[in-house]
Design a protein around this ligand. Structure first.
Ligand code: NAP
Length: 383
C-alpha cells in the first residue's frame, strides 16, 4: 500500500489523483491533503479518504475545518502546508498546487526525503537548478505528472539518455489555434477558458491558450530530462492523442498515445516503475480523426518565443518569466487586461530583468517578488 499526500487536492489534478486512489484502494492510501481555501471540498475529501492530517493555507477556513473534523489535525498557513508535505509519513507527495505558491511545500517534501509526483511545472521553471540539486542531495525521485512529460518518461524507459536526439513536445494549440492576430486581440476570458481537449484549472487553461504552457513545459523538460534548449521541439497536434514523442540518434521515434484523462499520467507517476489498473475506455483508433501535426506560430503566440529566450538566457530569467506570467494571467482572468497584453507585460518585465545566479531560495523568491511588482506596474500603464 503506497502512502500518498496530495498538495492541491481540491484542484483539477488533485481530484484526478483522489479518483485514481479511490479506484485502487488496495494499492494507494491517502495520508495527507492540502489546499488553499476550499474548506468545504477538503472536508468532503477528508471524510471520504480519512487522511492522517490536512492543511489549508487560509487560516480562517482552517479554523472552520478544525471544528468539522475533530480528531484530524488541521494545519494552517503556508508553513502548515509545508509541514504536511514534510512531516506526514507519505512515500510520495503529489505536487498539484498552481504556480509559485507550490515551491516551498514541494521543496519541503523533497528535503524530507519524499518522492514527488510533480504536476506543478511552475516550480521547476522558477527554481529548476535549485530543485534538481535538492532532489539529488535527498536521493528522491521527481516523477512527472504533466501528460507530455509522462509520455517522454514512458518513451525513455529502458533507453540511454545519450542516445536521445530530440524531444517532440506536443501541444493541442489551445482554443485559439488558427485564429488571426486581429481575432486574437478580441478574445474573451470565457473563450480562453474553453479548452478543446482538456478540462483543467483556470491558470493552466489560459497558459494553453497563449501557448505559454508549452513554453513552461520546454523549461520543465530541460530540467527533468537534462536536455539542451535546442533539443526540444514543439509540435501542434490538435487531437491531443499523441502525448509526446522522443527521437533517438538512429532516427527512430517513440510516441505515447492515450485518451485525455489525467488519471493516466498520475497513475504512472504513483506506480512507477509499475502500472496500475485503470478502468478507462481504450483509445478508439478506428474512430480517430486524422492526426495532424503543425509547427507553432511564434508571431501569433509570442509567449513561446519569450519562454524559449528565457531558457536560453538562463539564471533567474525563467523565474522572472514565471512571475510575470502569473500576474498577467491573473489580471486577464479578472477582465482587467486584454489577451494580447499577457505577452506584452511579460516581455516588459523580461526587458527590465537583470539576471542573477539562482544560487539560493532567497534569490529566487526576491526575483519572483520584484517581477510581480513590475508586471503590475506595467499592466497598470497599459490599462
Ligand atoms: N489540470 C491539469 O490537467 C494539469 C495538467 C498538467 C499539469 N498541471 C499543473 O498542475 C498544477 C495544478 O493545476 P490544476 O489545473 O489542478 O489547478 P487548479 O484546478 O486551479 O487547482 C489548484 C490547487 O492548488 C491549491 N492551491 C493554490 N494555492 C495554494 C496555496 N498557496 N497553498 C495550498 N494550496 C494551494 C488550490 O486550492 P483551492 O481549491 O483551495 O484554491 C487547488 O487545490 C499547475 O501547476 C498546472 O500547471 C495541471
Amino acid at each position: 500500500m503506497k502512502k500518498i499526500s496530495v498538495l492541491g487536492s481540491t484542484g483539477s489534478v488533485g481530484r484526478s489523483t483522489l479518483s485514481l486512489a479511490g479506484l485502487n484502494p488496495d494499492r494507494f492510501r491517502i495520508v495527507g491533503l492540502a489546499a488553499r481555501r476550499n474548506a468545504a471540498r477538503l472536508l468532503e475529501q477528508a471524510q471520504k479518504y480519512s487522511p492522517l492530517a490536512v492543511a489549508l493555507h487560509d487560516r480562517e477556513q482552517a479554523a472552520w475545518l478544525r471544528q468539522q473534523l475533530p480528531g484530524t489535525p488541521v494545519l494552517e498557513g503556508q508553513e502548515g502546508v509545508s509541514r504536511l508535505a514534510a512531516e506526514v509519513e507519505a512515500e510520495i507527495v503529489v505536487a498539484a498546487i498552481t504556480g509559485a505558491a507550490g515551491l516551498i511545500p514541494t521543496l519541503a517534501a523533497i528535503q524530507a526525503g519524499r518522492d514527488v509526483a510533480l504536476a506543478n511545472k511552475e516550480t521547476l521553471v522558477m527554481a529548476g537548478e535549485l530543485m534538481m540539486r535538492e532532489v539529488r542531495d535527498a536521493k528522491v525521485r521527481l516523477l512527472p505528472v504533466d501528460s507530455e512529460h509522462s509520455a517522454i518518461h514512458q518513451c525513455l524507459n529502458g533507453e540511454r539518455q545519450a542516445q536521445v536526439k530530440r524531444i517532440l513536445l506536443t501541444a493541442s494549440g489551445g482554443p485559439f489555434f488558427g485564429k488571426s492576430l486581429r481575432e486574437l486581440s478580441e478574445v474573451t476570458v470565457q473563450e480562453a477558458l474553453n479548452h478543446p481537449t482538456w478540462k483543467m484549472g483556470p491558470k493552466i487553461t489560459v497558459d494553453s491558450a497563449t501557448l505559454m504552457n508549452k513554453g513552461l513545459e520546454v523549461i520543465e523538460a530541460h530540467h527533468l530530462f537534462g536536455l539542451q534548449p535546442g533539443q526540444v521541439e514543439i509540435v501542434i497536434h490538435p487531437q491531443s492523442m499523441v502525448h509526446s514523442m522522443v527521437e533517438f540518434v538512429d532516427g527512430a521515434i517513440m510516441a505515447q498515445l492515450g485518451i485525455t484523462d489525467m488519471r493516466l499520467p498520475v497513475g504512472y507517476a504513483l506506480s512507477y516503475p509499475d502500472r496500475c489498473n485503470l478502468p478507462v475506455p481504450s483509445l478508439d483508433l478506428f474512430a480517430m480523426r486524422p492526426l495532424e501535426f503543425h509547427p507553432p506560430d511564434p508571431v501569433k503566440f509570442p509567449c513561446l518565443r519569450l519562454a524559449e529566450a528565457a531558457l536560453q538566457q538562463g539564471r533567474t530569467t525563467p523565474a522572472a518569466l514565471n512571475a510575470a506570467n502569473e500576474v498577467a494571467v491573473g489580471l486577464f482572468l479578472e477582465g482587467r487586461i486584454p489577451f494580447p497584453d499577457i505577452p506584452a507585460v511579460i516581455e516588459g518585465v523580461l526587458d527590465r530583468h537583470r539576471p542573477r545566479d539562482p544560487e539560493s531560495l532567497e534569490v529566487v523568491l526576491e526575483v519572483d517578488r520584484r517581477s510581480r511588482l513590475e508586471a503590475h506596474d506595467l499592466a497598470v500603464t497599459r490599462m
